[in-house]
Design a protein around this ligand. Structure first.
Ligand SMILES: [Fe+2]
Ligand SMILES: [Fe+2]
Length: 182
């Protein structure tokens, strides 16, 4: 698969998970029932799929390759911003883990912290994806030669296989399952 298509496909799954997470957030806010198992599956999606599988490809492969091909300060600034946002997103996931247990034992401040974290995550992830889809990725296609794009495609496939040969179908099914359950 062409490397940018691969990343855009992952963005589409992440966008589906955003919709599920919004429903989840509202359920927590209105005191609705949330099963701990669903909560942890969602946290696993954001930490494994969004951070390791997806941001891993961007940070370890795409961004360094781009920086090899351009000295543009605008590109550099955009990549710095995107990497910084990945760090913030990962930090929010850490807090979702940290406050899970007290929230499930009825601690109201912990529940508020979880809601705040989900809000921060959701506010950041959508414009982040939009910036990559609309600004960064179209420039990549113009900047990188065909040979380099093919190498990236192979690297992306190898990274998925290192995580697990069925990583894409597993997380796609997970989001569908949560969509039905939440
Ligand atoms: Fe990103
Ligand atoms: Fe991305």
């Amino acid at each position: 698969m062409q490397p940018l298509k691969h990343l855009v496909m992952e963005h589409r799954l992440i966008s589906k998970a955003v919709t599920v997470t919004k429903t989840f957030r509202d359920r927590i806010d209105t005191g609705g029932p949330i099963r701990p198992k669903q909560y942890w599956l969602l946290v696993d999606f954001w930490s494994t799929y969004a951070d390791i599988v997806h941001h891993g490809k961007e940070e370890q492969q795409l961004f360094p390759t781009l920086l090899d091909y351009t000295k543009s300060s605008e590109f550099g600034a955009t990549i710095d911003k995107l990497v910084e946002e990945h760090m913030y997103l990962l930090g929010y996931i850490g807090e979702l883990r940290r406050f899970a247990r007290p929230m499930f034992t009825g601690d109201r401040p912990a529940r508020e912290r979880v809601i705040q974290c989900l809000d921060k995550y959701l506010r950041l992830i959508e414009p982040h994806i939009q910036l990559e889809d609309e600004k960064l990725f179209p420039s990549v296609a113009n900047l990188l030669p065909e040979k380099k794009l093919n190498t990236l495609a192979k690297e992306f496939k190898a990274m998925d296989e290192r995580t697990g040969t069925k990583v894409q179908s597993y997380y796609s099914n997970l989001v569908e399952q949560l969509k039905k359950e939440v």
